[in-house]
Write a protein that binds this ligand. Structure first.
Ligand SMILES: [Mg+2]
Length: 170
């Protein structure tokens, strides 16, 4: 994070997060970063998601877990994730080695402390069964990737709207 502009006259500061998100704040109040956990085993899809998120204006920290087991360790602050923040949003791939996205979703939504974290399920599958199953497991949203780039960009905008609705920047 770096301060790029300070205007004494207007009491406005602009911050650019390390991911390129920009926050406009006043009175030098600290910036609240949105903690996003991306659970995705495909490096190509990780890159696509990073690109989509960068188009938004939300200051965020992106954490990437490469499979479901990694994600659960992060959420439970186990081992190397002892200092991990509670994510404000989880972007979850379904098809992953070791522990599947469905399993992660089930664990998150049945855990009292984690259940309120919004989960957006990302998958290449347009299979209706998949969609139904994830909604049954209380996914908050479901999008297909990366076939529908527009939908992906819409996700970035949804993330942004969600964030500005819960965090009131001064
Ligand atoms: Mg996958």
């Amino acid at each position: 994070m770096g301060r790029v502009s300070a205007g004494k006259r207007f009491d406005i500061l602009l911050y650019v997060s390390k991911n390129g998100g920009i926050a406009v704040i006043s009175d030098q109040k600290s910036v609240k970063y949105m903690e996003i956990l991306l659970v995705e085993d495909n490096p190509g899809d990780v890159a696509l998601t990073k690109r989509a998120l960068k188009s938004g204006k939300v200051p965020y920290n992106l954490h990437v877990a490469n499979d479901g087991a990694d994600a659960l360790a992060f959420l439970r602050k186990e081992g190397e994730y002892e200092q991990a923040p509670r994510p404000d949003l989880i972007l979850l791939d379904l098809n992953m080695p070791r522990v599947s996205g469905q399993e992660v979703l089930e664990k998150v939504k049945s855990n009292e402390k984690l259940a309120s974290i919004p989960v957006v399920v990302l998958t290449t599958s347009k299979d209706e069964e998949d969609i139904e199953e994830t909604y049954k497991l209380h996914a908050n949203s479901f999008i297909t990737k990366p076939v529908d780039w527009q939908e992906f960009m819409n996700m970035a905008r949804l993330v942004e709207e969600y964030w500005f609705s819960v965090v009131k920047l001064p």
